[in-house]
Design a protein around this ligand. Structure first.
Ligand code: SF4
Length: 172
C-alpha cells in the first residue's frame, strides 16, 4: 500500500481493514488454490502420486484437487517421458484448459528428455511444445521437489517481479 492511501484511513481503523487491488486478490487466490491436471507419462508419476498421499500430504498447501479433466484445471503437471506420438494429445489437453494456466515439468525426461534424449521417439523437453513455468530436475524427482515447485509457482503467480527474475535467470 502506498503511503498517501494509508493517511486517508482513520487512525482507529488502520489495524482493522486491508486495502488492496482486485489483481492482488485474484493472484493470491490463484496461487493458493492450484488445481492440477495430471499427466502421468512414466515413472516420475509415482513420485507425483506420493506427493498427494498421506506421507507428504500436498493437501496441506491447498493443492490436492487433482483433476482428470482439463476444463477444471489451471496447472498442467507433466511427469515423465513425453513421446512425439503423445505430444499432440498433451498440447490439446493444455489448449482445453481455461486461462490463466500454468505448466510444471517434473523430472529429467519432462525437462530435457532425460536418459532417452537421444531417442528418435522422445521429445527432448516438454518446453519444445508447451510453455513451462517451473522445471523440476531429478531422475526421478522427489515428492518434496514437487511440493517446492508448487510453492515456487505460487510465488510467481502472486508476484510478477518473481516471475520476471525467474525468466531472466532461465534465459539470460
Ligand atoms: S526422469 Fe527418470 S524417473 Fe522420471 S520418468 Fe524419466 S526415467 Fe522415469
Amino acid at each position: 500500500m502506498k503511503e498517501p492511501l494509508i493517511h486517508q484511513v482513520p487512525e482507529a481503523l488502520r489495524h482493522n481493514i486491508l486495502l488492496t487491488t482486485v489483481d492482488s486478490v485474484l493472484a493470491w487466490a490463484r496461487g493458493n488454490s492450484l488445481w492440477p491436471l495430471t499427466s502421468g507419462l512414466a515413472c516420475c508419476s509415482i513420485e507425483m502420486m506420493c506427493a498427494a498421499a498421506s506421507r507428504f500430504d500436498l493437501a496441506r498447501f491447498g493443492y490436492e484437487v487433482f483433476r482428470p479433466s482439463p476444463r477444471q484445471a489451471d496447472l498442467l503437471l507433466c511427469t515423465g517421458t513425453l513421446t512425439w506420438k503423445m505430444a499432440p494429445v498433451l498440447v490439446r489437453l493444455y489448449e482445453q484448459m481455461p486461462e490463466p494456466k500454468y505448466v510444471i515439468a517434473m523430472g529429467s525426461c519432462a525437462i530435457s528428455g532425460g536418459p532417452f534424449v537421444d531417442s528418435y521417439s522422445v521429445v527432448p523437453g516438454i518446453d519444445k511444445v508447451l510453455p513451462v513455468d517451473v522445471y523440476i530436475p531429478g531422475c526421478p524427482s522427489r515428492p518434496e521437489a514437487l511440493i517446492a515447485a508448487m510453492v515456487n509457482l505460487k510465488a510467481k503467480i502472486k508476484d510478477p517481479k518473481v516471475a520476471l527474475e525467474s525468466e531472466v535467470a532461465n534465459h539470460g
